[in-house]
Design a protein around this ligand. Sequence first.
Ligand code: DX5
Ligand code: ZN
Length: 217
Amino acid sequence: MGIQITPSILNADFARLGEEVARIGSADWVHVDVMDNHFVPNLTFGPAMVEALSKATDIPLDAHLMIEDADRNASAYAEAGAGSVTFHVEATQAPIRLAREIRAQGARASMALKPATPIEPYEALLPELDMLLIMTVEPGFGGQKFLDLCLPKIRTARELMRKHGVETWLQVDGGVSLETIERCAEAGADVFVAGSAVYSADDPDAMVRELKAKAEA
Ligand code: DX5
Ligand code: ZN
């Protein structure tokens, strides 16, 4: 699949989200940060917003669920039209069952790890996942500084994927910019979320293309 850029609309203008998504036509996915004010101290979108957005764009939606009780709540986002649904391993009791449910609904199943959560205990789950998300900031807000301490985990995850012979995509999210994207790509990431870097640029779509070029270099 190669390098993919998934701009986050968390830093877009919420009063005109349709237009904001139209400004990033080169994006491979639109990253939608779902927050419930419990798993993280911030509150954003629900399934109705995901459904409305999926009708407003041809770009597939990458829903990142920062919500508690993912086992009960994740399915609604696949139903709402998200092409990829990411739950946090810290918020599920049954990650294998949940990943299988999401796949059965026709979406890509993805699991996220907060910065302090190790990958090694979940190694055997990799074949169940279409994507692994390694957070490179504490989830909750856009515009935070990239945590270099997460780089070894990206490297380890890539090695484990090779060992298991899986095609799982490896996504990074948090503080990804022209300054940090090469480090992530070099460590083995292939899917890059970028929020403030894209929406604070004068030309968000040009930034998407620049980020892709940097990651591919
Ligand atoms: C943070 C979210 C991110 C956020 C990234 O909790 O999961 O997707 O929008 O924003 P930046 O790229 O500004 O760190
Ligand atoms: Zn996110």
